[in-house]
Structures are given as C-alpha cells and as structure tokens.
Design a protein around this ligand. Structure first.
Ligand SMILES: Cc1cc2nc3c(=O)[nH]c(=O)nc-3n(C[C@H](O)[C@H](O)[C@H](O)COP(=O)(O)OP(=O)(O)OC[C@H]3O[C@@H](n4cnc5c(N)ncnc54)[C@H](O)[C@@H]3O)c2cc1C
Length: 276
C-alpha cells in the first residue's frame, strides 16, 4: 500500500499544492477518464483528516475561475453527503426510499465473489475492482460503473457493495460511501433512478476508449486492440488464438449478458415501482 499512498499531513499538503498548480486547470475536461488521473486524489487525506476541507475550499476560492467550479462542486457533494448522514443516521444501512427494503435482491454469493475479484468478464468492471484491491483507490467514474454492475446486472444488495468498499477503500468515508451507493442504487435523495442502467461496454468505450486503463489492470487482455478490449468475447477466434487469450479459461466469459441482465433488473424494479 505504501507504494500507492503516503499518509500524513505533509503528503496531503504536497498533493493539494501539486493539484492546485497543475491538474485543477484540466479537471473539468479530464476528470471522468480513469487512465489519466486528473482528479486531486485527496480523498484519503480528507477521509483521514490529514487536510481540512475548509482550507482547500478557501484556497480554491482565492483563485476562483470557471475551471475550478467543477472541483468546488465535488467538495459540495461531500458536504451534501455529510448533511444527509446527520439527518438520516441510518444512511449507510437503510435505503432512504423505503420501498427498496422490499426489493428482490438475489445476493448470489458466487456472483458477489467474482465481482470482488474482478472476474466478471466485463473488462472495465474487472479493471476497477482489481485497481481497488491492489491500491485501495478507484476512480470515481469506475466506482459508478462497478457499483451499478453489482446492484443492477448482478442484483446484489447495495449494502454488500458498501461493505466491500468499506473493507478496501483507503478513502472510506461513511457519508460519501453511503451516498455513492444509494445514488447508484436509486435509493437515495436526488439519486440516479434505478431504471438508469449503466452499460459497462459503452461506458468503457466512452471513458477508456484506447483501453489504456483496462490494459493496466487486466494484463491478460493487454494485447487486444481497442474495439475488442471493451468486449473481448466478440474478438475473432484467430485473434484470440494468436494472442493466447482463451476465453473462459484465461479471461472469463461475461458473467451475465448485458441486455438480458438489464431486462432482469427492470423486472425486479417493477415489483416495487410506485410503492411507498
Ligand atoms: C459507489 C461509490 C462509493 C464511494 N465511496 C466513497 C468513499 O467511501 N469515500 C470518498 O471519499 N468518496 C467516495 N465516493 C466518491 C468519489 O468516488 C471519491 O470521493 C473520489 O473518487 C475521490 O477521488 P479524488 O479525491 O481524486 O476526487 P476529486 O474529484 O478530486 O474530488 C475532490 C474531493 O471531493 C469529494 N468528492 C468528489 N466526488 C465526490 C462524490 N461523488 N461524493 C462525495 N464526495 C465527493 C472527495 O472528498 C474528493 O476527495 C464514492 C463514489 C461512489 C460512486
């Protein structure tokens, strides 16, 4: 872990100063792309209290510009999460939309384990889960994709995902983690509706178009060219053979088929839709 994160106040200040004099200017355009980390990576320092959110906020406001607004908004999301936790202390354990208590989660143990190990057969999901296990960090875009995959494609209760992130994230934060999971599961305040289901393939094509992030974390696919690195099961046999990628052996086949999983999730949602 030491090779990925240096704890402590001095390191927190250094990280902040580097970000403020560099990537904050491209944060707005680049923050969604996991390969080039253009975000601050301050979250572990904030979560552990190594740096104060107020000092960051006032320091940004001194050099306020359109480029910094998007970053300030993220700090405000954090405040929003804390606000929700104060008003709803059961935020990490109970859905704020109570009808989700009756959601028919399947909670299949093997599916959950494959998700935790980055063996779902969806390269972007697997890259994120492996990055998390190795480094204790995962890019926000990939957190959204992996979390959505768990609760919608695999129908595993968001609280299981919350607990796994609690176990593995260096920046674990009760309020932010609860908000992240409730937002994705559609169970929280102002959250993404349950029926909005991220497509892990198009997300991968859009936010990791060259496949550079996947190549870093899923080395068994590293030689696959870009169109197929997002959907290796569609690569022609001769290519897979040449690259020694045996689907189902060296790299898993998709744990669920996307369009079928999507319909299954919507059917599950329909059982509680419109109820209180
Ligand atoms: C399912 C899920 C779980 C999450 N769990 C956590 C968690 O346990 N701890 C945590 O700090 N963040 C969590 N997040 C929010 C977000 O992913 C991280 O804060 C962000 O990726 C940290 O990277 P950064 O410091 O480079 O962020 P930057 O983009 O540089 O943002 C600066 C700071 O703003 C705050 N922030 C940014 N985005 C969010 C957000 N969406 N919600 C709340 N605060 C935000 C963080 O404190 C972050 O350090 C979660 C998101 C999701 C979707």
């Amino acid at each position: 872990m030491n090779s990925y994160w240096e704890p402590g106040e001095l390191s927190a200040i250094k990280t902040w100063e580097q970000f403020q004099s560099g990537d904050i200017s491209i944060y707005d355009q680049m923050r969604d792309f996991p390969f080039k980390i253009a975000t601050s990576t301050l979250s572990p320092y904030l979560a552990w209290g190594d740096i104060s959110v107020r000092s960051i906020f006032y320091s940004v406001m001194k050099n306020d510009s359109p480029a910094t607004h998007t970053f300030t908004k993220q700090l405000i999301w954090r405040e929003f999460a804390y606000h929700q936790l104060i008003h709803f202390p059961s935020f990490p354990t109970r859905p704020l939309r109570f009808n989700f208590e009756r959601f028919p989660w399947q909670n299949d143990a093997e599916s959950f384990e494959r998700w935790t190990k980055g063996l779902t057969g969806y390269p972007l999901v697997d890259a994120g889960m492996r990055e998390l296990w190795e480094t204790g960090y995962m890019h926000n875009r990939v957190r959204m994709v992996t979390a959505s995959f768990l609760v919608k494609h695999l129908l595993v209760d968001w609280r299981k995902g919350y607990e796994w992130f609690q176990h593995t994230l260096l920046d674990f934060d009760v309020a932010n983690n609860a908000m992240g999971w409730q937002w994705i599961a559609g169970t929280g305040i102002d959250s993404s509706p349950y029926f909005r289901i991220f497509n892990p393939i198009t997300q991968s094509e859009k936010f990791d178009s060259s496949g550079a992030y996947i190549r870093e974390w899923v080395p068994e696919l590293s030689n696959l060219p870009a169109p197929y690195i997002h959907r290796p099961w569609e690569a022609p046999d001769f290519m897979l053979e040449e690259l020694d990628i045996r689907m189902g052996i060296k790299y898993p086949l998709p744990i669920v088929e996307h369009s079928r999983a999507r319909l299954r999730a919507l059917d599950a949602y329909n059982t509680i839709k419109g109820t209180k």
